[in-house]
Design a protein around this ligand. Structure first.
Ligand SMILES: NC(=O)c1ccc[n+]([C@@H]2O[C@H](COP(=O)([O-])OP(=O)(O)OC[C@H]3O[C@@H](n4cnc5c(N)ncnc54)[C@H](OP(=O)(O)O)[C@@H]3O)[C@@H](O)[C@H]2O)c1
Length: 315
């Protein structure tokens, strides 16, 4: 055989291998888009949780409130944690009116507090109930995408946002895992964001804090799945709540209730997920791009978003 023939064969094989790799990647994306939402049967959440109480942080609005309602509908007792006492009372009343068979407890707590001592009263309350599910949902975003030192509220806002987006997941998970391990069951759901999947310029502390949540979830899963604990990290795209600042098409921006119904269905099926069919399509499409390209596109989009917010404010 001549050298040129040998090279042709090698190139031919390499070409096929490359195409096979692309096909595999596309198939894996398709599986992640379709299987958790349409194909895989729903898992038994009560069996995974092993106890009746579900604790939800940031539970008086948006996604957290929707988790509280969905879990109450699935006959879990609900422990609400949020900042504003009056909103907690309203949410508790609403849940009890709709689901009179469940118990609802609540605790007003501001998660921007930076010390472990501040958490003690909340931790004492959690120690007095059997926590089957913890939804680490509370989170704060910056009001407008900006470069780090130009973020509204300056260093103080950056510190509050970072504290709220990272400390609760550590302290609360650590507290409930102890009792979950003894019971050999429990579910932790961490609400991160699609902003965690790229290094999002102009969303600096938000994107980094959400990445922290995703990273920690992956580590906790390695440490605790052997003890029967399920750790899921949800990375949503836009959900129609108070927090979001970009208006998207309805298909890509569901209501909190629609989103949570979909995300809860995936617990025990996928470890890390956007939680929603349309968000998964977006995430898979972005994931197929080279990272440097998606980062660049997000930076351009966020700069334009920032300019349009500034223009609106100046009108
Ligand atoms: N909405 C989206 O498009 C989107 C997309 C990706 C990820 N996420 C993530 O999903 C989670 C929930 O977002 P959301 O859109 O549902 O937010 P939201 O509608 O603004 O609701 C936030 C909830 O958290 C509570 N909260 C806020 N700051 C708090 C603090 N410092 N201490 C205690 N409670 C506090 C609020 O209570 P008060 O009303 O009393 O302040 C409220 O109950 C966040 O982690 C967010 O990053 C949201």
């Amino acid at each position: 055989m001549e050298w040129s023939d040998a090279w042709s064969i090698i190139l031919f094989i390499l070409g096929y291998l490359f195409l096979a790799l692309i096909a595999l990647r596309l198939l894996a994306s398709l599986y992640r888009i379709v299987a958790p939402y349409l194909l895989c049967p729903r898992r038994n959440l009560h069996a995974r949780a092993g106890a009746r109480w579900a604790v939800i942080t940031g539970a008086t609005d948006g996604i957290g409130k929707a988790y509280a309602f969905e879990l109450a509908e699935q006959k879990f007792d609900i422990f609400l944690v949020s900042r504003t006492a009056s909103k907690l009372v309203t949410t508790k009343t609403e849940i009890l009116e709709k689901f009179p068979g469940v118990k609802v407890e609540m605790c007003a707590f501001d998660f921007t507090v930076p010390t472990f001592e501040d958490y003690q009263p909340l931790l004492n309350e959690l120690a007095s109930i059997d926590v089957g599910i913890l939804v680490n949902n509370v989170g704060m975003a910056i009001d407008c995408p900006e470069k780090l030192y130009e973020v509204e509220g300056g260093g103080e806002a950056l510190a509050r946002i970072s504290t709220c987006n990272t400390l609760p997941v550590i302290i609360l998970s650590s507290a409930v895992l102890e009792q979950m391990v003894k019971r050999k069951a429990g579910v932790i759901i961490n609400i991160s964001s699609m902003a965690a999947l790229n290094e999002m310029a102009y969303w600096n502390v938000y994107s980094a804090g959400k990445k922290f949540m995703l990273h920690l979830s992956n580590i906790l899963r390695q440490e605790y799945s052997v003890h029967g604990i399920t750790v899921q990290c949800v990375t949503p795209g836009g959900v129609s709540t108070k927090l979001k600042i970009v208006d998207g098409a309805e298909f890509f921006e569901p209501s909190a209730t629609k989103f949570v119904k979909s995300a809860l269905r995936t617990v025990g099926i996928v470890d890390n997920t956007t939680g929603y069919f349309a968000h998964q399509i977006m995430s898979e499409m972005v994931g197929l791009m080279p990272h440097c390209l998606s980062n660049r596109l997000f930076a351009i989009f966020n700069r334009k978003l920032r300019e349009s917010i500034h223009a609106k404010r100046n009108q």
